[in-house]
Each structure stands twice: as structure tokens, then as C-alpha cells.
Design a protein. Structure first.
Length: 187
């Protein structure tokens, strides 16, 4: 687990008075400025962010201290905004920061499926992107039913077979999946 977490990215300027549009990665978009100073990826610049209003979806309009005009705001486009992990509240039981899930090994029926490379939300719920050993990507719904066990200490998540949206990797995997489906049908 890293010492910082990505909370948002400046996606452009808003108006002529130095306001910026920030795409947020927080549960509540307006909370992006609630955790104290933010920093860029290299920790070379610090930003005091004041959220002015919600724009659309997960985008907020904000003011950054010291950014007074459109040119200065446009110069920040693409800047990723990080916060020190220590500034964030401890995750509750059964809750996880997405950054903690990336890199975990996805397991199913005792075998490795691959590594979690990203967490996405296309509007219908969170999805884990798993890169298999062959390099293919597959998606898994991140729900209690689909992923009943997340073990950060062991570095693994357990995926229920019915929710695996990837293709079998080898003939052995295909046979094992067919046997699992047959066993489930017979229950």
C-alpha cells in the first residue's frame, strides 16, 4: 500500500477567474477537498483545493489557492491530485480503497485467475478488471456475492465461479469450469 492515494485529476479550466474542473475518484465528489492539502504525482507541488460546486457526475468545479486566471488553470490540465493516506479515514469493515485492491491476486476454486489491474464503475456498480496470465483482461462485478472474500493481508480476492466473466485459459481450466458448472447444476 502506497503512502498516497489519487483523489482526482484536473481536466480543464472553468471560466476566466482561475477555476478548474476536477474529475474526482472519491465516494462523494464534493469531498475531494476535505482531506487537507493535495499534491501532484511527484510530490513537488501542493494544492489547497476549495470545491465550489458539483458539475456533472463525478466532476466538481473548484478553486486552487494561487490560481487566479484561466491561463494558470489551463496549465494544470492533466495534473493528478494525491492525498497522504494518513489524511484519510480508516476504511470500515467490508470497505476498501480501490488503490488497495489493485495488484491483488484473483483466485477461483483454489487456482489463480490473474491480477487486479483496475477498478471501474460504468454506472451499474464497481467492476474489478483482472489481467490473466495470458495477458487477457476480464471483468468481475465487485459485489459480496461475486467476490465474497477480500484478504488484503494475503493479497488475494476470491471470485465465485458464476461471476467470472473471463474465458477459460487452458484446456485444463475449461474442463475444471465445466465440472464446476455440472456440480452446481446437480446441487
Amino acid at each position: 500500500m502506497s503512502g498516497t492515494l489519487l483523489l482526482g485529476v484536473v481536466i480543464g479550466a472553468q471560466g476566466i477567474q482561475g477555476e478548474v474542473k476536477v474529475k474526482t475518484f472519491t465516494g462523494e465528489p464534493e469531498a475531494v477537498g476535505d482531506y487537507g492539502p493535495l499534491q501532484d504525482a511527484g510530490a513537488t507541488r501542493t494544492f489547497q483545493l476549495k470545491v465550489l460546486r458539483l458539475s456533472k457526475g463525478d466532476v466538481v468545479i473548484a478553486r486552487i489557492k494561487g490560481v487566479e486566471d484561466r491561463n494558470a488553470a489551463e496549465a494544470l490540465k492533466g495534473t493528478e491530485l494525491y492525498v497522504l493516506r494518513s489524511a484519510l479515514p480508516q476504511a470500515s469493515e467490508g470497505e476498501f480503497y480501490f488503490a488497495d485492491l489493485v495488484g491483488l491476486t484473483a483466485m477461483m476454486s483454489g487456482r489463480v485467475l490473474g491480477s487486479i489491474t483496475a477498478v471501474h464503475n460504468y454506472g451499474a456498480g464497481d467492476m474489478l478488471e483482472v489481467k490473466t496470465e495470458s495477458g487477457r483482461s476480464a471483468m468481475v462485478p465487485f459485489t459480496d456475492d461475486a467476490v465474497p472474500v477480500v484478504d488484503l493481508a494475503a493479497g488475494t480476492v476470491t471470485v465465485e465461479p458464476a461471476f467470472w466473466l473471463g474465458r477459460p485459459e487452458t484446456e485444463e481450466d475449461r474442463k475444471a469450469e465445466a465440472a464446476e458448472r455440472a456440480a452446481e447444476a446437480g446441487e
